[in-house]
Design a protein around this ligand. Structure first.
Ligand code: FUB
Length: 449
């Protein structure tokens, strides 16, 4: 199990290209990722995102999306993610315009033990398509190696491929190019079986892209980002058949409160729970074309409508009490006396810290799995110029005090250990605050041993 990693294993995994990630939101923090398509293959969740990289001289266009390749990530528990490395890269696909850096939002499906990875990009032959078109690469495993088809799919012009494998075995390809299009695929999943149809009952004003279609209880849901106002929000329409006619139903997620212009998503059911995978620019707040993938829970109302999803930092899944608990991915944060900041603004991949400016500050982090056995101690990584004691309670502000950690005066980060005082087995929230009203202290993480 990924949760029981040996201490030496992360370094060994890195050497062979499998980097482990522990995450809430965003759940991939070793690189920029966007447009996440999540699929379950053999009881494991695989996420196929786009891979944003910063522009550099000779590498893409400054101020725009720069995307050279794709990684795939997988998880057994939606908390611990493994990066399986690059699966497809622009200059190893024979028909792609070299150095076009336009490997946009992909999808992947499985049929008869073969994995079909669909990706949009720019062809070198402009008679194939003047702009984007869509290609397929095929593998025997969800992590590849993927072998690209020699040519893109004939008759498709556009971006953001999505494939629905319907209950009767028929496959459909959806994509966008101003409008959203759909067509049956041949049984080889590599060619269109018919002329594309424009899915025309959607909003006519404002960009639509990124279709993701799924079926639930006989209803086909066409979900898509749409610019109703200034930036994209996630919306959906429903139908009783895969190619419509669709009826617009509502909003799945509102526009980004901080102005990230794009959003792009997929939905997944796992163990009777639905999840929304989407993106935001958490690791690049000043440039919204370097994005990061997130997950939140999603639910349906009794009539089949989708309840709107509120984005969270805490995300989904439990956090093992014996791993580093990143309080800055909080469930609740006090309005005064506490704030979240990057550990290093010059290298945001280092993550965040919780900054308590006074005893009025507190942070609550839900879903910490302690198990049955009482931990002996807790380690808190903190720093405090004047020195401060941090109190950790279980469940809420009046819950039992688990530990009091005295962070000594100083300017450096210190890992400070304290004994565990009280304990309740099972899964609990942590409620963390400075003990005295004047205390100022910063916390990177806490971990029980
Ligand atoms: O990632 C590049 C493009 O941004 C995607 O293809 C769109 O859906 C939008 O997310």
């Amino acid at each position: 199990m990924i949760q029981n990693l040996k201490p030496w294993l992360p370094a060994a995994l890195l050497l062979v290209g499998l980097a482990p990630a522990h995450a809430q939101n965003p759940f991939i923090t070793n690189q920029f990722t966007a447009d996440p398509t999540a699929r379950v293959f053999n009881n494991r969740v695989y996420v196929y995102p786009s891979h944003d990289i910063p522009a550099a001289p000779g590498r893409g266009r400054a101020g725009w999306f720069v995307m050279e390749d794709y990684h795939v990530f997988s998880s057994a528990n939606l908390t611990d993610w493994t990066d399986h490395g690059v699966i497809v890269t622009q200059n190893k696909v024979p028909w792609v315009k070299p150095n076009s850096y336009s490997m946009w939002a992909p999808d992947c499906v499985e049929r008869n033990g073969k994995y079909y990875f669909y990706f949009p990009t720019t062809p070198k032959d402009t008679t194939v398509s003047k702009g984007f078109t869509i290609g397929v690469a095929v593998a025997d495993k969800p992590t590849g190696p993927f072998v690209p088809q020699p040519l893109p799919i004939k008759g498709v012009r556009g971006i953001d491929p999505n494939v629905l494998l319907d209950k009767d075995g028929q496959a459909y390809l959806y994509w966008s190019q101003g409008n959203i299009y759909g067509a049956k695929l041949k049984s080889n999943l590599l060619e269109l079986a018919e002329e594309p149809k424009t899915l025309g009952e959607l909003p006519t004003k404002g960009l639509k892209e990124g279709p993701y279609v799924f079926e639930r209880k006989g209803i086909y849901y066409l979900t898509y980002p749409h610019v109703e106002n200034k930036t994209e929000r996630l919306e959906y329409a429903t139908s009783t058949s895969p190619l419509g006619p669709f009826t617009v139903k509502g909003v799945i997620m509102d526009e980004s409160p901080t102005g990230c212009w794009t959003n792009h998503h997929s939905l997944l059911q796992l163990n009777n729970q639905w999840y929304l995978f989407y993106h935001h620019n958490d690791l690049s707040p000043k440039f919204d074309k370097n994005r990061s993938v997130r997950i939140d829970s999603l639910s349906f109302a009794a009539d089949g409508s989708i309840n709107k999803v509120k984005p969270t930092l805490r995300g989904v899944g439990l956090t093992d009490a014996r791993q580093k608990i990143q309080l800055d991915r909080y469930s609740h944060l006090s309005k005064q006396g506490a704030a979240i900041a990057f550990l290093d603004t010059a290298n945001t991949f280092q993550g965040w810290k919780t900054v308590f400016t006074s005893g009025a500050g507190w942070v609550q982090y839900n879903g910490v799995a302690f198990g049955k056995q009482k931990p002996k101690s807790v380690t808190l990584r903190g720093t405090s110029t004047a020195g401060a004691t941090v109190q950790i309670r279980l469940d809420n502000a009046t819950g039992p005090v688990v530990a009091e950690v005295a962070v000594p005066k100083g300017s450096a980060w210190q890992d400070v250990k304290a004994p565990v005082l009280a304990f309740k087995p099972g899964t609990h929230a942590l409620y963390v605050m400075p003990k005295s009203s004047a205390a100022a202290v910063e916390v990177d993480w806490v971990r029980f041993e």
